[in-house]
Design a protein around this ligand. Sequence first.
Ligand SMILES: Cc1cc2nc3c(=O)[nH]c(=O)nc-3n(C[C@H](O)[C@H](O)[C@H](O)COP(=O)(O)OP(=O)(O)OC[C@H]3O[C@@H](n4cnc5c(N)ncnc54)[C@H](O)[C@@H]3O)c2cc1C
Length: 396
Amino acid sequence: MEFDIIVVGAGPAGSSAAITAAKGGAKVLLLERGPEPGSKNVSGAMIRLEDVQSAFDISSIPIERKVKNVKLLFLSDSNKTNISVNVQSGLANVTRLKLDKWMAQQAEKAGALLITKTAALGLERDSDGKYKVITDRGSVKADRIVLAEGVNALISISSGIRPDLKPDQAVQAVKEVYSLNKDEINKRFGFKADDEGESWRILGVDPVPYAGFLYTYKDAIAIGVGIPLTILIRRKMSPYTVLDEVKERIGFNELVKGSSLREYSAKVIPEHGFPSFRACVDKVYVAGDALGLVDPLTFNGIGPAISSGVIAGKAALESYECRRYESELMRSKEIRNVVNGRPLVKELIEEENFKYYVRTINELLHSWVYGDVSKVRLDMPRIFKHLLLGMGVLKS
Ligand SMILES: Cc1cc2nc3c(=O)[nH]c(=O)nc-3n(C[C@H](O)[C@H](O)[C@H](O)COP(=O)(O)OP(=O)(O)OC[C@H]3O[C@@H](n4cnc5c(N)ncnc54)[C@H](O)[C@@H]3O)c2cc1C
């Protein structure tokens, strides 16, 4: 079979590329190894509707709950701070199975052909200049390719477009989902309506530095943590040990009393990538997590995946040169934010810096409540350096 464009991976990046290219009139094949889009996915998730709207018609988007409140928890050795941020609109909790399926269906409606249960195994170039995608069910040909295979980017790596991630460039995440009756969720979280929801961001230092999350679905609660891979290796520690500690610390078992564990999963989150990684070789365009486009500061990976997917779809449609594809990526504000934020992220996930900030935020807020901040010692050179990095004045 021959296509104009083959997109590998029906996650947010792949479906965004497929819908963009199909709307432009190309004959598009969207390949997914899972039984359905989203079935192989591990993510929270909280999304920004505006991000999704840039590629999809969101009038029928399958959200679980509208996020009305984002809770920030700072857990240091003895202190705990809990800050609530009221959200006006635009944030939602979703399950990936429903969201990814819906995105792929929109790409299909635009004319793309979705084939599931099919894993791409390799990429070859024929003598006629066309690409051949070798799959576990035969091979398919196309002029142009979009690789949106997620963090485990086997084709992008085996084709020599980008290197593999090193341990200090990745975070190991684990997640559990607990089924609970919707009325119980409403009662326990104090929700006034069935579509009201909450997201938690948890930053803690014990037993190792971690960033955690909690999301509310219609009839379930998801909880998870991400820990820098180097710390886990150094401490010979399992990420589930850390998750158990977080659950204990925040009283999670009480919150989900009477529920049952529906699923548990683990996945790596990239903290490094484009522009250190190339994004393209002759008419093969890489997008999303495969390019390392996650913003760990705002826990946002789906937004940059969609932005880069749209750009990859346009690039494939119009056969961009690689340099043009890479400069179009850098023109996207969302992708620039990821790239420009990396030097600060690299500093903040250093164990000493992470511990310092979580402890100092706690100490400052607790001392302020008790009316005496005079004993809090601020490490001004460290704070100043990170402020300058965050503002982009200092590069690394
Ligand atoms: C625990 C956790 C929580 C997260 N929470 C959030 C959050 O709340 N908000 C947020 O914005 N981001 C979150 N993220 C990040 C977000 O999930 C990713 O950044 C996003 O999914 C990247 O999209 P993608 O399309 O690039 O890759 P993916 O979503 O990984 O999609 C890749 C797709 O390609 C398919 N595939 C891979 N290889 C092949 C192959 N060879 N052949 C065929 N198909 C293939 C996979 O099955 C998959 O469907 C979280 C991540 C984790 C791990």
